[in-house]
Design a protein around this ligand. Structure first.
Ligand SMILES: [Zn+2]
Length: 343
């Protein structure tokens, strides 16, 4: 996330494929950054950080105030930053492809397969023992689970519970909100059609494809109308009230699976000071009679700051179960499998 806006700016300058039609949205977001420099000079707000900027714009919608802009322009800006985010993700996250096979980006495929185990002998018995909570908007994990044969559901009101929960607390680039009834409707990754791959002349080895399910949302219908753009994603700041109706079912599922969890593994989440949402979710969700056996955090942060924040957050009761591992996502995979052997 640190260089997200740099990436987006690079795509804008290059007028890259996939973002060209969204250039006015990109321009609008970059112009608000310079407008706001003056406004926020009096307070600390890192406008080069996509999360802070998204949060500031969201708050602007709520307060109906953002620099010199009027209501209409503020609401438009909100759609524009969502557009910038999903277009940048669609363009930058590439899925390796060879012949007629598309793979999830590394190391997500290895992660899902390690959790699942050999096909004839799944490591974890019933995959229902697994649950995922993620703050990512992209589709890397979704596609990895699908590819591995792990049936998952997003925990949205219309979805079956008899699957592995994949709870995307901040929304997802393949979710659209129905323009008529307001329901959040996913465009499942398994429904994706990679049209170029159907024509053999385009099929080459060592290629990458882009998963543009966000841009494809209007192809999907609900209440007989196309799903509107942009997709349903929310900023990772505390104020999530505007989306309460739409996403609360996902958040409730997350609290429920935390309450049942015996082994909690946190990968690549640095618990930012500003994210009180996760702190409350964990405090309320983990308050149950189940004994947590492991609360392990995997993060390569060398400064000790991430570890310190997690130590502050967890309760005395599970202090002895806490382990901080200075590891990347790839390094975490064998460690988690080892820990789960015999569960
Ligand atoms: Zn509808």
């Amino acid at each position: 996330m640190g260089d997200f806006l740099d990436k987006a700016d690079e795509l804008r300058r290059l007028q890259a494929d996939g973002v060209r039609e969204a250039l006015p949205s990109f321009d609008n977001v970059f112009s608000v950054i310079s407008e706001l420099q003056g406004v926020y000079a009096k307070s600390y707000l890192d406008l080069d950080n996509i999360e802070a900027l998204f949060g500031a714009i969201e708050m602007g919608v709520l307060l109906d105030k953002l620099g010199e802009r009027d209501s209409v322009s503020i609401k438009k800006l909100r759609d524009d930053i969502v557009t910038l985010i999903y277009k940048t993700l669609e363009t930058c996250i590439q899925f390796p492809a060879s012949e007629h096979q598309i793979q999830p980006p590394a190391p997500y495929g290895a992660f899902a397969e390690a959790l699942h185990g050999p096909r004839d002998k799944p490591r974890l018995g019933s995959p229902l023992q697994l649950g995922f909570i993620t703050f990512n908007y992209d589709l890397a994990l979704d596609f990895a689970l699908h590819k591995t044969g792990i049936r998952y559901g997003y925990g949205l009101p219309s979805q079956s519970l008899q699957v592995v929960p994949l709870l995307k607390l901040h929304g997802s680039i393949n979710w659209g909100a129905c323009a008529k009834c307001g329901e959040v409707v996913p465009y499942p990754v398994e429904d994706a059609r990679f049209s170029p791959w159907r024509k053999s002349e385009h099929v080459r080895y060592n290629q990458h494809v882009r998963f543009n399910l966000g841009s494809s949302l209007p192809q999907k219908k609900h209440c007989e109308v196309s799903l509107p753009l942009p997709p349903v994603i929310v900023p990772p700041t505390w104020n999530k009230t505007a989306y309460h109706g739409q996403l609360s079912s996902v958040w409730r599922h997350a609290a429920r699976i935390l309450a049942k969890a015996e082994n909690v593994f946190v990968i690549g989440y640095s618990l930012p000071e500003t994210d009180s949402f996760f702190r409350y979710l964990f405090a309320l969700g983990s308050e149950s009679k189940i004994r947590i056996k492991r609360f392990w955090v995997f993060d390569p942060d060398p400064s000790g700051k991430v570890e310190g924040r997690f130590r502050e957050m967890i309760g005395r009761g599970i202090e002895s179960r806490f382990q901080f591992n200075k590891m990347t996502f790839s390094e975490a995979i064998p460690a988690i499998c080892e820990a789960l052997r015999g569960v």
